[in-house]
Design a protein around this ligand. Sequence first.
Ligand SMILES: *Cc1c(COP(=O)(O)O)cnc(C)c1O
Length: 392
Amino acid sequence: MEKELKKIWLSSPHMSGMEFEYVKEAFETNWIAPVGPHINRFEEKISNWAQNQSVAALSSGTAAIHLGLILAGVGPGDVVICQSLTFSASANPIKYLGANPVFVDSEMDTLNMCPVELEKAIIAALEGTLKNENGEKIKAQLPKTIIPVHLYGMPAKMGEISSIAANYGIPILEDAAEAIGSTLDKKPCGTFGKFGVFSFNGNKIITTSGGGALVSSDAQLIQRARFLSTQAREDAVHYEHKAVGYNYRLSNVSAAIGIGQMEVLSDRVNQRRANYDLYRKELSSIPGISFIKEPSGYFSNRWLTTIMVDPIRTNGVSREDLRLGLEKFAIESRPIWKPMHLQPIFESAPFFGKDRISDRIFEIGLCLPSGSNLSEEDLQFVIEKIKNLLYK
Ligand SMILES: *Cc1c(COP(=O)(O)O)cnc(C)c1O
């Protein structure tokens, strides 16, 4: 009988040990609801990381994007510009609000929003040449929000993106769901825009089992986010409502996990960066394999290490050959996100990207096992299998 192989995951939760103590504390004090002292402490820890911006701890990153867009005033018929190469949760909240998503291609340095294509999208929206998904003309308007994403922890070109946004007076909502721990010129991702979003989903660099946060330098907006996330209850014993509310607050038990995780964030970042360094050292000399390097001033948390697999230079081995080959050894790897403009739900939305860089990245990009809890042995096993598949 074949020996059963140990599964090597793409990215699995990595507890420090303290989380359980904090969860016990929550139980012992009976703070089990979406209210309690651990939520406040968790928000404080995130705020300490995010240059003292205000923080609302929420039930997911998706909820944080939804509330951020509501607070930016996004409504039916509005235009919101979003990076195309991302997870669908960056874009779905645009649809929740009846607004029109307009997708923008990536550039090859960081895999994130291309500033040149961004400006083209803004101009088209202003000139009224965009059509919605039903082929109807979208009325000429200034886009309400721009959503750049820091994919796999690599900061987007926020210098250029911010100056374009400022020229036109458009607020930015930064999807930093994958990028807590990353910085650009020492400034934390999530603090560049009017709003920043983090995710603490189970597969992210740190996790609360499920959760997210909305951050902003505007304390009043964050106060409003907390209010909307707890069913928009006015201050009255009989439950008075003047606004439509949401049930989006993080539970105190999840926040207890989050406190333990925030305490080890920098260790987790260091470990993921070490994974990247090892992969790069061992694999970068293979013809057809390339890595996304940090431009000067960029610091990525390296949530996932991604490689580009160019079959013209690998003797015909494609990204998919590599993925399937690794799967045979119980190694989980994954294609890079499929761009939104190629997704059935969004393919008739406007897209700006004359060189279709993100199509190419999707075709050749592969995410390697990147957990901070992978052993040296696990990593060497993955590396050996990749080498075997490429030098067959
Ligand atoms: C994970 C993720 C989200 C959504 O976060 P959830 O907490 O899972 O709702 C949004 N955007 C990106 C880029 C993500 O990776």
